[in-house]
Design a protein around this ligand. Structure first.
Ligand code: MN
Length: 292
């Protein structure tokens, strides 16, 4: 098994607000090396690093907006998000939970801090990831996978120092909880100080780690601190991770979808014509209706 090296460690960019409820650092597609193709099928990653929100009687968030052509994956580390969509669906994503929403042919939805949480306020920390769909599935039916933390499949190392929540894909033969359209792995890893673990991921799978808490060292030499993102080169399969202190990090690894990407705002298609169609369908109300 050849060793996979770190290509670059990316520092968090200046944060910006999405609506008034998500203060995020964008890691993908931030230009430079991390455009929409480099981490394909992961085409967007916004990370709300730990941020304190004051109590508010009016929940903060982002109002009604559409999506088409991909999936949105929301991973809540701190705080709670409430969502509603045009099909009448809705729910709360609590701490540790993951929501895997297949927007596919199109949804209209809104995402806000959960009402009661909002009244108390507190620390908020969350990841939103967009996973691309292959052309043949872009116009399939929308669906949700609500993954409650307690129901996410997990691996525990023998020494109990490493716990891996397998959100999707598999780890050492344990299957992930979410079903996906293309082969990919998504893990939330928790390690105690001085724990060591190894990852073996196919060389051609685009792979990266986002450190949520603490600090880790990859391959014994590359230190990655909190809120930093390590892009792995496609030069091998296996790499090691040492926890310098108690640490939590997200591992993304997926087989690239070798198709053109035409993206604008909330639509990610293959051609410009399909984007024009998406805007037209949205303007004609074909995504349904949802109250603000
Ligand atoms: Mn959205």
């Amino acid at each position: 098994m050849t060793k996979r090296s770190v290509e670059i460690v990316v520092s968090p960019r200046e944060p910006h607000f999405v609506g008034d409820g998500f203060r995020v650092h964008n890691f993908i597609p931030s230009g430079y090396r991390l455009d929409m193709q480099r981490m394909n099928p992961f085409i967007m990653l916004d990370y709300n690093s730990k941020f304190y929100f004051d109590p508010s009687d009016t929940p903060r968030g982002v109002g009604v907006h559409p999506h088409r052509g991909f999936e949105t994956v929301t991973i809540a580390y701190k705080g709670k998000v409430e969502h509603h969509d045009s099909s009448g669906g809705g729910g709360v994503i609590g701490e540790g939970d993951v929501q895997w929403m297949t927007a596919a042919s199109g949804v209209l939805h809104k995402e806000f801090h959960e009402k009661e949480w909002s009244k108390t306020g507190g620390e908020f920390q969350m990841v939103q990831l967009w996973v691309n769909l292959p052309a043949k599935d872009k116009m399939s039916k929308p669906k949700y996978q609500a993954l409650e933390n307690s129901k996410i499949n997990r691996y525990k190392s023998e020494d109990l120092k490493t716990e891996i929540e397998i959100i999707a894909g598999e780890y050492k033969g344990i299957k992930g909880s979410a079903s996906t359209f293309t082969p990919l792995h998504l893990y939330n890893v928790k390690m105690t100080k001085y724990a060591k673990t190894e990852m073996n991921l196919p060389k051609n799978f685009n792979t990266a780690l986002l450190v949520i808490e603490g600090s880790i060292t990859i391959n014994g030499t590359e230190k990655v601190d909190t809120n930093h993102f390590a892009l792995m080169a496609n030069d091998g399969e296996s790499f090691t991770i040492d926890a310098n202190e108690n640490a939590v990090y997200l591992v993304l690894s997926g087989e690239p979808i070798n198709e053109p990407i035409a993206a604008h705002g909330p639509f990610v298609m293959n051609t410009r014509q399909e984007l024009v169609q998406a805007f037209e369908d949205f303007n004609q109300g074909r995504f349904g209706t949802l109250e603000e």
